[in-house]
Design a protein around this ligand. Structure first.
Ligand code: BES
Ligand code: MN
Ligand code: MN
Length: 477
């Protein structure tokens, strides 16, 4: 089977592949918002039909629990050619996207994709919600699969692939674990997971990500008086829940920015000197990263004893994502709020257990209850396990060779501070390791207005996925 013919096919059909992505991006699959359920389903159908056109057997599988909501899973498979002896691949991606708000900050409407020419240090790029995360990255796989079908006549060129494209990744994958349990037989046949939903080290610097962080996301409420009060008549006489919540949450970090919850660091896998040295050699420009978000050198703030990269890749954190109560509208209102709320999240590293951290946080809140106040329910908005993967597996080496053959460059080994909960879930439930072969750039503005994906990244990812199929064949030879 000739990979060169497939590479020639994808090059000749570059415009068609980009047009396909643009068509998909026009469907506003905002999975979290029930108002977009019909559109989200349409994006799933689009993906199903495209994979079907590449010879896969594909279904939309409902994920909703009885009486509940759930976005359909695009679930497909290709058959192994009779003489194939390599591994079976589980390809995972997501077709849901983050809400596009705030709309007024977009230069073009988020679901009317445009291609912009190279400018300001950025290459030619597609701008739209989902352009990179994750429709753009899944579309590279789809384009490579189309190429293999056209050239070889076989789905995935005869490599057995199970495809699982989710519609709930951006909203916490609430129905995923049940789906995995229900489809254990099919998923369990796979040897490893391939995901394209991460970034490279930079333009022309491809990478394989061997670790992502886990996540615990909570919402908490502190109750005080049973209704809002006049702050002149009551200020100084009774607890103000917003004052007390700020004082309490400020105790979550010590002066070295270490999290103070007892046991928080117990299961953290220490950073080895060897890894530290390897990361230093990657040539990451931390000052430039600070500058790109409007900060100077004094913006390098975080846990003492670790560099910015080390903190992102190897250390857990705690962050307040939002805090409110009382009056936040225009102008002034003198008020002692009856309650105060906050969204507090933790990024975790191997081998921290999300459930254990959630429980430790709850216990910490209880033992730090401000006088005269009480905590409401601690809401769990999603837990996800982090993963650190072996860097010497034959699959990872195959992916590195694929990237090398597609780009001429060596793939760097990096980690990421972001979270992709499915990887931890598939490890825990089925023992599967993941290869994160992603082609985004740090300045792609994912989750932000003007999200973009550079056309060169799309092409590199498409070629890499095409060569990856050839590498799977070679693993069996
Ligand atoms: N693709 C991202 C995560 C990501 C981006 C990992 C870049 C590595 C590099 C994913 O879609 C995402 O946004 N994950 C969320 C978690 C999810 C549970 C909402 C995150 O990391 O906040
Ligand atoms: Mn993603
Ligand atoms: Mn995302």
């Amino acid at each position: 089977m000739s990979v060169d013919k497939v590479l020639a096919w994808v090059e000749a059909h570059d415009k068609e592949s980009l047009d396909n992505l643009i068509e998909w991006l026009k469907i506003p699959s905002i999975g979290t918002d029930p108002a977009y359920d019909a559109e989200t389903r349409r994006a799933a159908e689009w993906c199903r039909d495209h994979l079907h056109g590449s010879g896969f057997e594909v279904d939309l599988v409902e994920t909703a629990p009885p009486g509940g909501r759930g976005q359909p899973m695009v679930f497909g498979r290709s058959e192994a050619a009779p003489d194939y002896k390599g591994p079976r691949v589980l390809f995972y991606g997501h077709y849901d996207v983050q809400p596009p708000d705030p709309l007024e900050l977009w230069d073009n409407p988020p679901f009317e994709p445009v291609i912009r020419p190279a400018e300001d240090g950025m290459g030619e790029r597609i701008v739209a919600r989902g352009a990179e995360d994750d429709k753009g990255q899944v579309a590279m796989f789809l384009a490579a699969m189309r190429g293999w079908k056209e050239v070889s006549g076989l789905a995935a060129g005869g490599v057995p692939i199970t495809v699982m494209i989710e519609g709930e990744e951006e909203s916490g994958s609430v129905n995923l674990e049940r789906f995995v349990q229900t489809h254990k037989d099919e998923l369990g046949k796979c040897d490893f997971v391939l995901i394209s939903d991460t970034t490279m080290l930079g333009r022309g610097r491809p990478a394989i990500t061997y670790g992502v962080r886990g996540l615990v996301y909570t919402e908490i409420t502190l109750h005080g008086p049973d209704h809002d009060l006049h702050s002149g008549l009551w200020g100084g006489k009774c607890p103000n829940p917003l004052n007390e919540l700020s004082k309490t949450l400020a105790k979550l970090w010590d002066d070295d920015y270490r999290v103070t919850i007892p046991g928080f660091y117990d299961d953290v896998r220490p950073l080895s000197d060897e890894e530290r040295a390897l990361w230093k050699n990657l040539g990451i420009d931390e000052q430039a990263a600070l500058k790109s978000v409007g900060l100077g050198p004094d913006g390098d703030v975080g846990e003492a004893g670790y560099s910015m990269t080390e903190r992102e890749w190897a250390r857990p954190t705690c962050d307040i994502n939002g805090m409110w109560g009382g009056y936040t509208g225009e102008g002034a209102k003198t008020v002692i709020p009856s309650y105060a709320k906050a969204k507090v999240s933790f990024r975790l590293v191997a081998d921290q257990e999300p459930r254990k951290i959630f429980d430790a946080f709850k216990a910490w809140l209880e033992s730090n209850t401000p006088k005269g106040c009480r905590w409401g329910e601690v809401i769990d908005h999603g837990l996800g396990l982090g993963v650190t993967l072996p860097v010497d597996s034959r699959e990872l080496r195959a992916a590195a060779r694929a990237i090398n053959r597609a780009s001429g460059a060596e793939a760097a080994l990096i980690k990421s501070g972001g979270s992709i909960p499915v990887a931890g879930l598939l490890k825990q439930d089925l023992g599967l390791d993941t290869i994160f072969m992603g082609f985004g750039l740090e300045d792609d503005r994912i989750h932000s207005p003007n999200e973009k994906f550079e056309v060169e990244c799309f092409r590199l990812g498409t070629r890499s996925h095409a060569v990856f199929i050839d590498e799977m064949w070679k693993l069996g030879e």
